[in-house]
Each structure stands twice: as structure tokens, then as C-alpha cells.
Design a protein around this ligand. Structure first.
Ligand code: AMP
Length: 218
């Protein structure tokens, strides 16, 4: 299976679609946000630097992200493909990634841009809640995505928590970062002939079915 790179503004559905793809196609979901969050749990100077950067909504430096990514995609479970969520975030990362693929003798795969409006993504971020126990995600600002009981996971009854960077101020910063640094990747990958665009403002089912058409196009 071809590797899949998902590019999207914050909360356009990268995490949700990655999970659906992982379940159906049995390839790992690699989120650089998750790799970085895991690194912040280590009590180290590097962990502190990453944590402080993430809390402001700015990007962590390319060399740190690339180091974590190379380590991850070199693991055995990535042999048959993977879903990359949150990387690359700028042209420099894309260029370093192409060099890394060359070193690992791996083709680029499909780059899928999930397109959703700023209004929708803002609502998704400001209301987002997740379950640290089972990973389920909810939203207390979107009617059909609210948990049945306030603050409690429907699936495992764990207490829901809010990511520290999911607030309006950080959203604005992250959205601007996306427009300034990540959006130029759309043309970059289009010029390489591997870019596909999927509208992701309606429902996760509709988005997933569009992604599947791309993956299974033959
Ligand atoms: P995400 O979970 O993808 O929304 O990312 C959360 C935060 O992690 C971002 O706001 C950045 O601070 C950091 N981050 C995630 N991926 C990258 C990346 N590829 N390059 C730099 N910073 C990143």
C-alpha cells in the first residue's frame, strides 16, 4: 500500500481519518504531534523546550521533529505503509522528508489535503475533548458529537480531558502558522503530481469514503 500523508488545518480531521485508515488498512498512524507530546513526558531539557513551544501553538524545530520521525518510520511495523498526520508542516520539512525517503529507498505515496473552513475547524478545536484511557474524541460545541454524560467517555466511562493547546487564542496562532508555513505545501506537492484534495467539512464518513476512492484508485 502507498504511504499516505494527510495535510490539513488544525482540527480538519487528520486524527479522526488517520484512526479510520489505521483500523481498516492495518497500517500505523504516525502523528508528529503525538510523538512530540510523548517526548514532553520525559523529564529532560529537550522535553521542556518541546512543551513550551507546543503550548504557544508555534512549530517545534525541524531537526527535533525529523529525528523523532526517522526513528519512528524505520520501525518494522511501517514496512507495509503508514499514515503520516501532522508532517510535513513546512517546505523545509518536506524537502528533508524527500531526502529521508531516498535514504530509506521508499516512494513518496499519496498526499491528501483535507480542506475545511476556518469557522468549522475553530468550533472543533475549542470544543474538543478526548478520553486519555481509550482515545475516543468528543466535542461539547457540536451537537451530535457531545458525550452522553458531561465530561465522561461514552465507551469506557473515563474522565474526558482537554488538550492544553485547544483554546481560542492558540487556535488563532495555529491557524496562522498553518496558512503561513503549511499551506504552501499544497502547491509544492501538486507540482510533484501526488496531491489529492478532499473536502472535510461535512461528515467524517463522507471524508473517509472520498479518501478511500483515492487510495483504491488502482
Ligand atoms: P498536532 O497534534 O498535529 O495538532 O500538533 C500539535 C503541536 O505539535 C503543533 O501546534 C506544533 O507545536 C507541534 N507539531 C506537530 N507536528 C509538528 C511538525 N511536523 N513540525 C513542528 N511542530 C509540530
Amino acid at each position: 500500500m502507498r504511504d499516505i500523508i494527510l495535510i490539513a488545518p488544525p482540527a480538519a480531521g487528520k486524527g479522526t481519518q488517520s484512526k479510520l485508515l489505521q483500523e481498516k488498512y492495518h497500517i500505523p498512524h504516525i502523528s508528529t504531534g503525538d510523538l512530540l507530546r510523548a517526548a514532553t513526558n520525559e523529564q529532560s531539557e529537550l522535553g521542556d523546550i518541546i512543551r513550551k513551544t507546543m503550548e504557544t501553538g508555534a512549530l517545534v524545530t525541524d531537526d527535533i521533529v525529523l529525528r523523532l520521525l526517522e526513528e519512528r518510520i524505520s520501525k518494522d511495523d511501517c514496512k507495509n505503509g503508514y499514515i503520516l498526520d501532522g508532517f510535513p508542516r513546512n517546505i523545509n520539512q518536506a524537502e528533508s522528508y524527500l531526502k529521508l525517503l531516498e535514504k530509506l529507498n521508499r516512494p513518496l505515496g499519496d498526499v491528501i489535503y483535507l480542506d475545511a473552513s476556518k469557522d468549522i475547524t475553530k468550533k472543533r478545536i475549542v470544543g474538543r475533548l478526548s478520553c486519555p484511557t481509550c482515545g475516543a474524541v468528543y466535542n461539547d460545541q457540536i451537537e451530535d458529537n457531545k458525550p452522553k454524560m458531561f465530561g465522561t467517555c461514552d465507551l469506557c466511562h473515563g474522565a474526558l480531558s482537554k488538550r492544553k493547546d485547544d483554546n481560542e487564542e492558540t487556535f488563532e496562532k495555529r491557524y496562522q502558522t498553518f496558512m503561513n508555513e503549511t499551506y504552501p505545501l499544497i502547491n509544492y506537492f501538486r507540482s510533484k503530481g501526488c496531491l489529492y484534495t478532499v473536502g472535510s467539512g461535512i461528515s467524517k464518513e463522507r471524508t473517509f469514503s472520498e479518501i478511500e476512492k483515492i487510495i483504491n484508485r488502482g
